[in-house]
Design a protein around this ligand. Structure first.
Ligand code: ATP
Length: 787
């Protein structure tokens, strides 16, 4: 039996004819989703049908509904937009139009429909499902379909997936396309920031989102914007004054730029639109800032899908087929969604109703309800954004003196995208609350040497978008000089510790926790924020940096594939990082369309290579004359014997002359560059959650100072102003992680049993289904000819 969550292809499926359409506004990631639906349908011995141009194709019928073959979706992973077309179809809004659609579906023998679109498209799908029996009865009565057909097609199963850059469907954290649109926005705003900085300009940037501020909020978090306007949370009256005051405070503190992000549907409390030109006028006239407006427009819809959208579209597309095969005539039509890292299904009707209620709540000025209807993560992000966006020297958020803490932040291990973003968020949150953030430079060796300094507001300016580690990071452990670590923590009155890093950071925090009995200074709350491209930290399904690295690999794979195709029939074996964890190879393999992946978890042997070579030869024999290039991804530690080089040599030696093979080693490229917006957003959330957690643990464990019980050397007398925090219970040294649909703090000691320390990986993996899909979707073991 496959692991739970993996696909059981051995089950005897009921053969179905499955139509697929994309509707409404296009979104990057629709194509990967269509590809997964088509290929998974064929793998499950069903017949997929393209319905071109959205509901228009359904109404037009004829050639607009056509059986899809396996190779029809080749190249879909890398393309933005939708290759099967989309349209806004008036006829489908009318009952007659929908009836014609039903007739066309029955005539083509289609008994299930997959719809990828926005809330409008899914509303149409829901109507079609509800009305289906009536349409069938009417068509039979009119003699347009036979009695047998009427009996055979008594119900239609519909599965919805949300393709929308706005991320506006209630009850899912992410919709297909939102992440790529966010990438387009961040690319542009990152570029704007450098010119804004040179000229000390203010920029007002409008992003898409008519009824939903997700893109604007996440863009503001990812770029470190100073001010934000979204439809769900209109500003207070006289916002112009408070905006000017806020931006001026940041400029007075030394910032050279001001950045305002506005959602296109931004409103004030009286439902009047807030437009970029108006904001510009305010900033120019009241503050005298040289202000420019940039409206990003359709750029946001364009370009190749980001890794995450390819992953999301692919996983959801495969799940759509499973949902169809599981369904009975009474199963309500589901919409596939995602909460944190868990693919979910929920009744389509409910999701649409909830989404509709957001717009109604805004119209009736019930903004609190509008926020409550969005996902929990959305309002959490907004709260944290507001708390850290601006410099608030006299902030109401400041805590009473006795609750303020000295919190040290340290990077450990290799650099990973998002380390700096997390640090900036933590520092600014600390400063606005009155805590003192201490930056530890150069990892644990730096800590031992006492390389610690207070970080101020400006010192972390620009860190949101900066790759690498600004504090400096190091792989060395604290173990050889525990005493020095304890001395420095004590000397600098550190009351809580945030370590950002990968497996080295994990073992380091574990060692500190284990040595609490010997070193009193370690009896402070400690949290590990996982950050490593390898994503091998126990206690979380995601580490910061792993999305950035996946994006780098996927972009490289796209380019290498293009080269391979141009050279005609060439296979590249691409080596990727990950240590003993195959996560990166699998994720990037899935979203980059790798023929197969080699991971340390599975190893490599001759039987496996023989299988893959047979597959490659078969594919190239069948496709002679076509210029297909292929890639396989190989983790750096997949095998001690079958190295990347050797796999390529064996591939070529056994190719029978049908293809050539080359290698490409991506190396440290994967750790570098600008962090992906997703890593920046996750970094912000993890940092804010971690500071909140450290704060609570500290307050629980605080010993209120009393002149009598302070026994300190006189040169450290000032220490009495920092109440001693003494926390030695296991739950006060933890790893923050995303597990399924939750963000959790797991005591680090509890993770020992789940860790393979020799191989430096968690003992269980959550991405088994993704691994399986890499092979299924490239046709390994699938009867492609049937499709
Ligand atoms: P986006 O979020 O990008 O606008 P959308 O799916 O919401 O995407 P719409 O233009 O609202 O885009 O809907 C797309 C198509 O879905 C419409 O052209 C129409 O054919 C169908 N549709 C939308 N709403 C309904 C409805 N209430 N009843 C029937 N069909 C509908």
């Amino acid at each position: 039996k496959p692991d739970p969550g993996t696909f059981d292809l051995s089950e005897k499926p009921v053969q179905k004819n499955i139509g697929i359409l994309t509707s409404g506004g296009d979104a990057q990631g629709m194509n990967p989703c269509v590809r997964a639906v088509v290929r998974m349908a064929i793998a499950r011995k069903c017949r997929p049908f393209f319905i071109y141009e959205g509901y228009q194709g359904l109404v037009d019928g004829g050639d607009k509904i056509k059986q899809a073959k396996w190779t029809d979706v080749s190249g879909f992973l890398t393309s933005g937009g939708t290759m099967i077309g989309t349209a806004r179809c008036k006829e489908f809004r009318e009952i007659e139009g929908r009836r014609t659609g039903v007739y066309n579906l029955i005539k083509k023998g289609i008994d299930a429909l997959v719809v990828i679109g926005g809330d409008g498209s899914l509303t149409g799908a829901d109507k079609l499902r509800a009305e289906w029996p009536d349409h069938v009865a009417a068509l039979e009565k009119d003699g347009r379909i036979s009695k047998e057909d009427a009996n055979k097609y008594r119900t239609l199963m519909i599965v919805g997936m949300v393709g929308s850059i706005d991320n506006d469907l209630a009850s899912t954290d992410m919709t297909i396309g939102a992440c790529s649109a966010l990438e387009r926005i961040c690319e542009s705003v990152d570029a704007i920031l450098s010119t804004a900085m040179s000229h000390q300009r203010a920029f007002v940037v409008e992003v898409m989102g008519r009824h939903c501020g997700w893109l604007a909020l996440n863009a503001a978090i990812s770029t470190g914007a100073d001010y934000l306007f979204i439809p769900e949370a209109p500003p207070k009256d006289d916002w112009e004054e408070s905006m000017c005051k806020t931006l001026k405070a940041s400029r007075d503190a030394g910032k050279r730029t001001s950045l305002v992000i506005v959602a296109e549907g931004a409103l004030d409390r009286n439902l009047n639109p807030i437009k970029p030109d108006y904001i510009k006028d305010i900033l120019s006239t009241r503050l005298g800032y040289d202000t420019r407006v940039t409206i990003l427009g359709h750029v946001q819809r364009g370009g190749a899908p980001a890794h995450f959208d390819r992953f999301l579209g692919t996983m959801q597309g495969a799940e759509a087929i499973e949902a169809i095969l599981r369904a009975t005539p009474d199963t309500p039509s589901p919409v596939i969604g995602m909460l944190e890292n868990k693919i979910t299904t929920q009744p389509l009707k409910e999701a649409i109703e909830l989404t509709g209620q957001v717009a109604q709540a805004i119209e009736s000025k019930d903004f609190a309800r509008a926020m409550a209807l969005r996902s929990a993560s959305f309002s959490k992000q907004l709260t944290s954004y507001k708390e850290i966006a601006n410099f608030n020297p006299d902030s109401k958020m400041k805590l009473p003196q006795e609750k303020r803490l000295r919190i040290a932040i340290l990077h450990a291990g290799a650099p990973a995208g998002g380390m700096n973003t997390a640090t900036r968020s933590a520092v600014r949150l600390c400063i606005n609350r009155g805590h003192t953030p201490l930056g530890v430079h150069n990892g644990f060796p730096g800590l031992m040497r006492g390389e610690i300094s207070e970080l101020d507001w400006l010192s972390v300016d620009g860190w949101t978008i900066a790759g690498g580690s600004k504090l400096g990071t190091n792989r060395d452990q604290p173990t050889p000089q525990m005493g020095a670590v304890a001395y420095q923590l004590q000397k600098h009155n550190v009351q809580a510790l945030m370590v950002i890093g990968g497996f080295e950071a994990f073992t380091a925090v574990l060692e500190l926790a284990r040595n609490r009995d010997q070193y009193p200074a370690f009896n402070i709350p400690m949290v590990l924020v996982p950050a490593t491209v390898s994503n091998n930290v126990p206690g979380t399904e995601f580490s910061l940096g792993s999305d950035t690295a996946s994006n780098v690999i996927v972009r490289s794979t796209d380019m290498i594939k293009q080269s391979a195709s141009s050279n005609r029939r060439r296979v590249f074996v691409i080596e990727v990082q990950g240590g003993n964890c195959g996560y990166l190879a699998v994720m990037a393999g899935l979203s980059g369309g790798s023929t197969t992946v080699y991971t340390p978890e599975e190893g490599v042997d001759l039987t496996r290579l023989q299988r893959d070579i047979t597959h490659l030869r078969t594919r190239y024999i069948k496709e002679l004359g076509r210029s297909e290039g292929r890639v396989t991804l190989c983790n750096e530690n997949a095998s001690k014997i079958y190295s990347t080089e050797m796999i390529a040599k064996i591939y070529e030696a056994e190719s029978g002359g049908f293809y050539g093979a080359r290698t490409s080693v991506l190396g440290h490229l994967q750790q570098g560059g600008t962090p992906s917006p997703l890593d920046r957003c996750r970094a912000n959330t993890m940092a804010v959650d971690s500071i909140n957690w450290l704060q609570s643990r500290c307050w629980e464990a605080m010993e209120i100072p009393n002149e009598d019980n302070i026994r300190l050397p006189s040169d450290q007398l000032k220490r009495k102003y920092f109440p001693r925090v003494y926390s030695n219970t296991p739950d006060t040294a933890a790893v923050i992680g995303v597990i399924g649909s939750e963000v959790r703090f797991t005591p680090i000691k509890d993770l020992v049993a789940h860790t393979d320390f020799g191989r430096r990986v968690p003992r269980t993996i959550w991405w088994g289904a993704s691994r399986q899909l890499v092979d299924i979707l490239s046709g390994v073991g699938v009867d492609i000819e049937n499709g």
